[in-house]
Design a protein around this ligand. Structure first.
Ligand code: FMN
Length: 255
């Protein structure tokens, strides 16, 4: 049994909800899946104050006392996470953006390795493809293993043609997502991801050890490891990694 959660950034049970329902239906047809809906509007999540405490001192020092850690527990308990948002003014909804801001410390200290991720964006006309890509990048930054999501056009009320298209698109993503969740693997990073890790760790190594990022990298052995987790790197990636170590060192020196 695999657990999947869908974090939903729309306050209505309309098109975004419909797309997620279709996703759930498909996954349950494909295998033994437990599915949970997380409506962000049902959680108390304050706006990030921008104090940097989570980055510098640790997330436990966030001055906001709300449901952040409840949402974290939900993500930790899942094998797969879907972020579903309507397109609002060419971006995710404000609720979804605040959710991402409140967990921004994961971009420094990712944790969700081996968990699968995808993004569903629902929109009226256009702008959603970039939002889907943005969400997929955020998923990677959290440490997830993303599969390509979907951007779906809808009008209110939805026409039959749009409903058929929605089903077709969601069906494709569900299959990709299911296949990946059954593998439960930690993939070998792309050269770009590998280089980002190697460069950022050189910059973090240069920080004052009082910073949480420094301590976290040290505790996890990330100053010495090839990547965030054990993985086999081919010769090309080994060279890319060494090059990134060198670039990172130069960048750290010039700071
Ligand atoms: C505040 C607001 C801004 C929107 N901005 C866009 C937009 O920039 N591009 C677009 O294609 N649709 C836009 N839409 C349309 C929604 O993305 C579309 O209606 C979507 O289906 C809403 O999801 P829901 O039915 O789950 O609430 C906007 C809707 C709202 C309410």
């Amino acid at each position: 049994m695999k657990k999947v959660i869908a974090i939903i950034g729309s306050a209505r049970k309309k098109a975004t909800y419909k797309a997620v329902q279709e996703f759930e239906k498909n996954l349950k047809e494909l295998g033994n899946i437990e599915f949970e809906y997380i409506f962000l509007h049902n959680f108390h999540l304050e706006f990030c104050k921008g104090c940097h405490s989570c980055f510098n001192n640790g997330e436990e020092y966030c001055p906001l006392k709300d449901d952040r850690d409840l949402l974290l527990e939900k993500m930790e308990s899942a094998d797969g996470v879907i972020l579903a948002s309507p397109n609002y003014a060419f971006q995710v909804s404000a609720r979804m953006k605040n959710f991402l801001d409140r967990f921004a410390y994961f971009y420094h200290r990712p944790i969700f390795f081996g968990k699968v991720f995808t993004a569903i964006v629902v929109q009226g006309f256009f702008g959603g493809k970039d939002i889907r890509k943005y969400l997929e990048t955020m998923g990677k930054n959290f440490g997830f293993n993303p599969v390509k999501g979907a951007c779906i056009k809808t009008l209110d009320p939805m026409t039959e043609k749009q409903t058929r298209k929605l089903k077709k698109k969601i069906n494709k993503v569900s299959k990709r997502f299911f296949k990946q969740i059954m593998k439960s693997s930690k993939p070998s990073p792309s050269s770009g991801r590998l280089m980002m890790f190697r460069i950022s760790r050189k910059l973090i190594e240069n920080l004052d050890p009082k910073y949480r990022d420094y301590q976290y990298y040290q505790e996890n052995g990330w100053f010495e490891s090839d990547y965030y987790y054990e993985t086999s790197l081919g010769i090309g990636k080994k060279i890319a990694g060494s090059l990134a170590d060198f670039i990172g060192k130069q960048m750290a020196k010039s700071q």
